[in-house]
Design a protein around this ligand. Sequence first.
Ligand code: PNS
Length: 169
Amino acid sequence: MNSIAIYPGSFDPPTNGHLDLILRSNQLFKKVVVAVLRNTSKKCLLSVDERYNLLKECTKNFPNVEVDAFEGLLVDYARVREAKHIIRGIRALTDFEYEFQIALLNKRLAPDIETIFLMPKEEYVYLSSKLVKEVALLGGSFDDLVPKPVANFLKEKIKNNLRFSDLEG
Ligand code: PNS
């Protein structure tokens, strides 16, 4: 498709599932803007700058992928970026209700912007940022769940006394 797509999310942290979706969207669109949400009510483990930098590092070999951060309404941001498509991953039925709500609300706010759902590769169906954080903070191995720069970053963070309570909120 000869247009721009926004791939929005919290990316706390970026996982192999996110990267898979970025790479596959990159083959469908002229440009993919990976957009980290700034004003989330979720308590995040990584700062926006940390997530932005990790996504930049993980996508540095893809010239048609741009990383950015946004605040406010997603559809307003999409308009500013002249994007006609929003990419979201849908892993299982559990994602469906939430995604359905967001997509329908966005459609109401901006009928000219289409949400495109991509299914993850089978091997990433179970993968979520939340579970990666849990495994990492409880001392499990997460090397094959996240891109290498993210794994290294998380290990460093854990070494520097990151505690499980940092996740609660
Ligand atoms: O990775 P996430 O946390 O599931 O991503 C959620 C995201 C960023 C897509 C959603 O929270 C969002 O678009 N927020 C921006 C505010 C907005 O536009 N809200 C109305 C539609 S939900």
